[in-house]
Design a protein around this ligand. Structure first.
Ligand code: DGI
Ligand code: FE
Ligand code: FE
Length: 192
């Protein structure tokens, strides 16, 4: 089934509290802005943004079942539940919303952890998730500033803030988050 932009927004918004939908609207607007600035397709970026947190409020048992029953990343189940909705979201986007564009599915799948070799669209949605207008956390203004320098400068600072917070709270870090962060540092070193 093909969803229009409006039908997709309505279907996704029905699956989350109003506040999370406001966040999604922010990620949409910021993804479009970043796509325009950095030369990606704004409509494709917006579609990924609409769906990026589609599974965020699904019961965790349902999320776990989807991962187990569909051969998704079993490794993810060994790490924090808050990581699961990204992988589940990509699956749901394809199964329930007929999304076939692998760029969109990748941007949903990797919006929380990142990955090594992130595409431009993946960086855009992941960075927009950090800096959309509704976000307020220590360091967000600096990430917003760096997002105007480059996608990599903004995103590496975002990952650093997540990793620092996890370390402060002595939480387990999903290894891919560290690998993604290192990959961006390497890209920036090679640029300079
Ligand atoms: O879904 P959002 O709240 O918009 O944002 P998100 O998808 O980037 O992040 C969801 C949560 O995942 C966030 O509170 C931080 C957490 N997180 C990100 N990476 C890791 C992580 N939690 C753990 N334990 N380990 C990680 O590596
Ligand atoms: Fe998310
Ligand atoms: Fe989000």
């Amino acid at each position: 089934m093909e969803y229009s932009r409006e039908a997709l927004m309505e279907a996704v918004s029905a699956q989350m509290p109003a506040k999370r939908w406001q966040h999604t609207l922010g990620v949409m607007a910021t993804s479009v802005e970043l796509a325009e600035r950095y030369g990606a397709d704004p409509a494709v970026a917006e579609t990924a943004a609409i769906l990026h947190d589609v599974a965020k409020y699904w019961p965790v048992d349902k999320q776990r079942a989807i991962i187990e029953e569909n051969g998704l990343s079993a490794e993810l189940l060994l790490y924090d539940k808050s990581l699961w909705h990204a992988e589940v979201g990509a699956f749901v986007a394809e199964r329930d919303y007929g999304i076939t564009n692998p760029e969109v599915l990748g941007a949903i799948r990797y919006h929380t952890s990142g990955r090594v070799g992130m595409t431009k669209l993946e960086k855009i949605v992941c960075l927009a998730d950090y800096i959309e207008p509704g976000r307020s956390f220590p360091g967000v203004e600096e990430i917003r500033r760096l997002a105007r320098v480059s996608l990599e400068e903004g995103l590496v600072t975002g990952f650093d803030s997540t990793i620092s917070l996890l370390v402060q709270k002595r939480q387990i870090i999903f290894p891919l988050t560290v690998l993604s962060r290192n990959d961006l540092v390497r890209i920036l070193e090679e640029k300079s």
